[in-house]
Design a protein around this ligand. Structure first.
Ligand code: TYD
Ligand code: MG
Length: 450
């Protein structure tokens, strides 16, 4: 059979383009040996067949959740790990997936946990546990890559939580293709899922991300599992972000932030503190502080820009941590609506801390940083901004403004520039922060640089 390495679709013959997802050159050949279905199976499956029930008659039992030691992880999971669920933790190699999981399970002393590693020897894991500085008598470690053997270990140990690190190293004897191939990953995940549901034991899979940034091989995995958590970050920085891209038991806008330290991962409970590089020093041109929101948590983040005359014909535009198309749009707005001549300038934009921000509320801060660098005047100390910029240069309201304002106040900001009318119906009399409402980019510019 031929499988698409992007989406897992199968086809009996080779095709240049995947018939399902339309990706080019992704079909790979894999040998399939069909397992002999024993004749008794259809009878047993009829016996265990479930009966349709009326929705009103189904008893809603609150899913039992296992409280994980890391609060950030709990929040991203939607309040703990649901028993019988299967969670996939994806991330680039070396980002800290194994560390995150090991650190957590070594702190759960009340449950028997089996950690199956296909990548590292028990010795290596022990060294890592020593480094993290935690130990547990209830955590069993085994180095194993055969799915059948894993099930033997499960029978023996009867774990209450199973970790498989990583799913791409596990192979079943029933399938001839090598570990990590689409059919292997799909089969192993499906069998582990069946175990999770039947034994009501939560299973955490660790998965690698391929060059393109998707979970290696199988999009299929994303359909199978109950939750997909992405562990990401810039390896140059020590900050790591855990976000849910799919969660059947919680919402996907939550975010957990960690810092990789010498002795494992540290939770960052107040992200604003880490994202503001130098709060007390004097302000420099090209920096502006924006208030952004991830999930339901607002935090302050610094946008840094450098605008300089292009040395060569074509001006350069370089962006880290922000959507480059969006920056080009903002530059066009500044050029056309506000009359800044930026067409012949190099523009570099950077979001501090190696974070990637998708919140449009950061627009105002990005614009402020660019303008500040362009006129070489610092944004006055204690000012932060939050608002979306529209194509005609208007400032548009963003969600949850009240929370953003409160966060800015909590962190000692003196002034916040926000879209006009976004605090309607909110009692601002108790706030000590000065609120400046603007409707146009020019107004914000005037307020910042006079
Ligand atoms: P690891 O968990 O092995 O990554 P993954 O499982 O995602 O491939 O993390 C490895 C990196 O983390 C490695 O570069 C070393 C670093 N690290 C620390 O900085 N401090 C620590 O306490 C530990 C255990 C690892
Ligand atoms: Mg690992």
């Amino acid at each position: 059979m031929w499988f698409c390495s992007e989406c897992g679709a199968d086809s009996p013959k080779w095709e240049g383009r995947c018939p399902a997802c339309g990706a080019w050159n992704t079909m790979v050949e894999e040998r399939i040996t069909t397992r002999k279905k024993d004749s008794g199976q259809s009878r047993t499956s009829r016996m265990t067949m479930s009966v349709p029930q009326r929705v009103s008659e189904i008893r809603a039992i609150d899913e039992a959740r296992i409280h994980m030691p890391s609060e950030e992880l709990n929040r991203v999971l939607g309040g703990g790990l649901v028993s019988g669920s299967m969670v996939l933790i994806g991330g680039e190699p070396g980002i800290g997936k194994s560390t995150l999981v090991l650190q957590n399970i070594l702190s759960i002393k009340s449950r028997r946990i089996l950690y199956v590693s296909g990548e590292e020897s028990a010795m290596q894991i022990k060294l890592r546990a020593d480094r993290i500085g935690r130990m547990s008598d209830n955590c069993y470690i085994v180095t194993e890559t055969s799915l059948e053997n894993i099930f033997r270990h499960i029978e023996q140990i009867e774990p209450q939580l199973l970790i498989v690190d990583s799913i791409q190293t596990i192979a079943s004897d029933d399938i001839e293709s090598s570990a990590g191939s689409v059919s292997q990953v799909r089969e192993c995940a499906a069998r582990l899922l069946r175990f999770a549901k039947e034994a009501n034991v939560p299973v955490m899979l660790i998965g690698h991300i391929n060059k393109e940034g998707s979970l290696a091989g199988p999009k299929v995995l994303e359909h199978i599992v109950d939750a997909v958590l992405q562990f990401e970050g810039d390896r140059q920085y020590m900050y790591r972000i855990l976000r849910a891209t799919k969660n059947r038991f919680g919402n996907t806008s939550e975010l957990g932030i960690y810092e990789m330290c010498q002795r494992g991962l540290r939770e960052v409970t107040n992200p604003s503190e880490m994202l503001l590089s130098r709060q007390d020093e004097e302000s420099l041109s090209g920096c502006a502080i924006g208030v952004t929101l991830e999930g339901i948590r607002p935090f302050l983040i610094e946008a840094q820009a450098l605008v300089s005359t292009a040395a060569y014909g074509t001006p350069q535009r370089s962006v880290t941590g922000f959507d480059s198309k969006r920056m080009n749009m903002l530059l066009a707005v500044l050029e056309k609506r506000v009359g800044f001549k930026l067409a012949q300038k190099d523009v570099f934009l950077n979001i501090a801390g190696g974070l990637k921000v998708a919140d449009p509320a950061l627009d105002l801060a990005v614009i402020a940083a660019i303008l500040s660098s362009n006129v070489d005047m610092a944004v006055p100390h204690g000012i932060c901004l939050s608002g979306e910029v529209g194509l005609s240069g208007e400032i548009r309201p963003v969600t949850r403004m009240e929370q953003r304002v409160r966060e800015a106040e909590k962190l000692g900001m003196e002034t916040i520039i926000i879209p006009k009318g976004s605090l309607k119906g909110v009692d601002t009399s108790k706030l000590s922060i000065e609120i400046v409402e603007v409707a146009k980019v020019e107004e914000a510019f005037r307020r910042l640089f006079g």
